[in-house]
Design a protein. Structure first.
Length: 213
């Protein structure tokens, strides 16, 4: 794969295949969860939403595999009870929250299918939206940023943690200012903070600012 293909409107599946073996389980699972959240209104059963939330917590080590498995089974029960009423969104829900995958790659690979199959959305528009999520989480794999330790000032870390925990991505321009105050002059970092997104948990700049992988 080339940089042009990575940044262009290429099918998600080749990009996910390109990530196999190099991306962390955490980022892959968070990408899967972000796809789930694009179908949030379709996951009307609280058990389904709780499974996505549990998958996010598991990705960050806040709960263990036993807790995730309980949430996953509850979501499976919700799907079974509503059979015939769900569109394909249930597939990405169950993929994202399944702890039995050998790598979260499988969840990330499966998750876009359900969200993009929604009957009330244009398929290509949805795929483009998911592609934007992928870029937000993984950045430009052909131009990795060497994040300098001194950029991770107390202001930067505190801001990034607040953005992450509160999903307050509207604060990213403030993070850009804090990074510049800390000496960051990397145009890709600053531009990403100041673009319109979308931004989700796993955003590569927020992760680098906190020290997450």
């Amino acid at each position: 794969m080339t940089e042009r293909e990575w940044l262009g409107q290429l099918s998600l599946m080749p990009k996910l295949q390109y990530l196999k073996g190099s991306a962390s389980d955490r980022k892959l699972r968070l990408f899967a969860c972000a796809c789930c959240r694009r179908a949030w209104d379709r996951l009307s059963d609280q058990r389904s939403r709780s499974a996505v939330e549990a998958a996010e917590q598991f990705a960050d080590g806040a709960i263990d595999s036993n807790n995730l498995a309980v949430a996953h089974q509850a979501a499976r029960a919700a799907v079974a009870e509503a059979r015939g009423q769900f569109d394909e969104s249930w597939q990405n829900l169950l993929a994202a929250s399944d702890v039995t995958f050998p790598r979260a790659f499988d969840a990330a690979f499966s998750a876009p299918v359900g969200a993009a199959s929604r009957p009330d959305r244009d398929y290509l528009a949805e795929v483009r939206a998911q592609d934007a999520l992928l870029i937000d989480v993984f950045g430009n794999r052909f131009r990795p940023v060497a994040f300098e330790l001194h950029w991770r000032s107390s202001d930067v870390v505190n801001l990034a943690r607040g953005i992450y925990e509160d999903r307050a991505f509207e604060r990213l321009p403030i993070l850009a200012d804090a990074l510049m105050d800390a000496g960051c002059e990397n145009e890709h970092v600053i531009a990403h903070c100041r673009n319109d997104g979308p931004h989700v948990r796993g955003c590569w700049v927020v992760d680098l600012s906190i020290g997450k992988d």
